[in-house]
Ligand binder design. Structure first.
Ligand SMILES: NCc1[nH]cc(CCC(=O)O)c1CC(=O)O
Ligand SMILES: [Mg+2]
Length: 300
């Protein structure tokens, strides 16, 4: 169980709680629902929960202002988890997409992502998350230089023990669709993220990205999506030997779930078989929406 990370979608609006149609078996959770799932995960031996916020669109703007609100929803969720479920680790994404009205991971200058002004936002945001009690911050934005800037900001804010899980090899994938539905960026997204996420045809670049992020201070690295990139997982683990995570993203999980719901395949076996694939490829842990299901199955 200790190589599973429970992936959750949480929402700041009661009316938005409930099942995500494009992500069968996954619901947007309010804080009470989050605590309930985190308690169950901790009881099953799952060591950490990753938070992905659905924010009321009224709180979103081009400047991602809400991302820097120390009294915002995500810091409140972290504080609630640390108080109510102290024995589970809290991993929080550092990216602007949940807070921008255009759905991109960074600030825009016209139609272009502004890498450097985004870095400053990410650093400030990471400190706010650490102040709230996050154990690990996970920059999923793919901006150049963000790991070093975030590491320095955390150290200067007296958070040397907050670790960085870098989304080092993150591809411009079609597998993120259900997640974007879940957090409300699908309809808002202007253009696509290919200018800062990697080309799925590229493998060498992944190794360079990992080397840079490790050099800047990443403690762990992630490959995202997971199943279509097992070769990348294996190459990274073999080349660097550092803690290497995979993210079984929303589209991967939705495929497993819909095959099961339509009676085309056994979704429990599909889930365990894909997780086995990540382990065989050398992954130390997998972020998956199916963490509780898998843990229950593994416990028998
Ligand atoms: N910072 C972006 C982000 N954070 C989590 C996911 C995807 C998670 C999933 O598909 O499960 C993405 C992808 C994207 O929209 O570019
Ligand atoms: Mg990079």
């Amino acid at each position: 169980m200790d190589d599973l990370v429970l992936t959750t979608v949480i929402t700041d609006t009661k009316a938005s709680e409930g099942p995500v149609p494009s992500l069968p078996g996954v619901s947007r959770l309010g804080l009470d629902g989050l605590i309930e799932q985190a308690r169950e995960a901790a009881g099953l031996g799952i060591p950490a929960v990753a938070l992905f916020p659905h924010i009321d669109p009224a709180r979103k703007d081009a400047a991602a202002t809400e991302a820097l609100n120390p009294d915002g929803f995500v810091p409140a969720a972290i504080r609630r988890l640390k108080a109510d479920v102290p024995d589970i680790g809290v991993i929080v994404d550092v990216a602007l997409d949940p807070f921008t009205d255009h759905g991109h991971d960074g600030l825009m200058q016209g139609d272009v992502i502004d890498n450097d002004t985004t870095l400053d936002m990410l650093a400030q945001g990471a400190v706010i998350l650490a102040d709230a009690g996050a154990d690990i911050v996970a920059p999923s934005d793919m901006m150049d230089g963000r790991i070093g800037v975030i590491r320095d900001a955390l150290d200067q804010a007296d958070h040397p023990d907050v670790m960085i899980l870098s989304y080092a090899a993150k591809y411009a994938s079609a597998f993120y669709g259900p997640y974007r539905d879940a957090i409300g960026t699908a309809s808002a997204l202007r253009g696509d993220k290919r200018t800062y996420q990697m080309d799925p045809a590229n493998s060498e670049e992944a190794l360079h990205e990992v080397a840079m992020d490790l050099d800047e201070g990443a403690d762990m690295v992630m490959v995202k999506p997971g199943l279509p990139y097992l070769d990348i997982c294996h190459r990274i683990k073999t080349e660097f030997g550092v803690p290497t995570f995979a993210f079984q993203v929303s589209g991967e999980y939705a495929m497993i779930q819909s095959a099961g719901q339509n009676g085309w395949a056994d979704s429990e076996r599909l889930l365990l078989e894909t997780l086995n694939g990540f382990k065989r490829a050398g992954c130390d842990a997998v972020l998956t929406y199916g963490a509780i299901r898998a843990a229950r199955l593994l416990k028998g």
